[in-house]
Design a binder for this molecule. Sequence first.
Ligand code: KIV
Length: 279
Amino acid sequence: MSATARKQAPNAEDIRARKGGEPLVSLTAYTTPMAQFMDAHCDFVLVGDSVGMVLHGLKSTLSVTMEMMILHGQAVARGLSSAMMVIDMPFASYEEGPQQAFRNAARLMAETGAGAVKLEGGVEMAETIRFLVKRGIPVMAHIGLTPQSINTLGGYKVQGRDAQADSVLADAKAVTDAGAFSVVLEKVPQTLADQITAEIAIPTIGIGASADCDGQILVVDDMLGFFTAFKPKFVKRYADLGEQAESAIAEYAADVRARSFPAAEHVFADTTPAKGNKK
Ligand code: KIV
């Protein structure tokens, strides 16, 4: 069923069942109004730890905290009724081991109402994913470029070229076997993304991967042109709202300095208006 015809938000098993079907549509969101704009159009909305970079001006996602994720998760939840909400586990909230991951994943879900968590990592996270799924926490995995590991990956580089391809394929198989209901493939070569999509049984969600993934995700502030510090090659700008916002603010500033705002229609008369007249 397409997102526009749907009434109830899908759950993790509904998303899993979309393997090979109509492409899954997803964006990140961090606030109530943005979640409301995308609710009818997305199958799931990700409260991404990209919030640290696009809304809080952080240099990377590494210093995003559980408290930030919970605050933004609660805001997004208020704006959704027909899309599923998935929430990112922030750096250092799950890597110590399955118990730490369970404690923090359960807290994220309980305090925000998210239907699943997303965490970064492949083979090395399989045990943790298995532990969470067996205890009732649906997990979306994230492999390829994993931004929480930029310091060991040497930056925001494509992952899985040439000799690296086997290790990304092994990650995809490991998270599938561990019980993840879907997997984000970030910045992997198109042919490798297509091979993974063909070889694993769960939906692949591409970001800088391939149009033939089972779904796509983008950071909303990238695709709307609000985040302009840099633009990855995989981002398509669907609007330039940052430019529009700046020119609207410049116009307002000029109006205030020229005393042309507020105008007559924005101010109040000193006599009580007649009944029915709200001026
Ligand atoms: O945090 C995020 O926005 C993400 C997406 C890029 C998939 O993980």
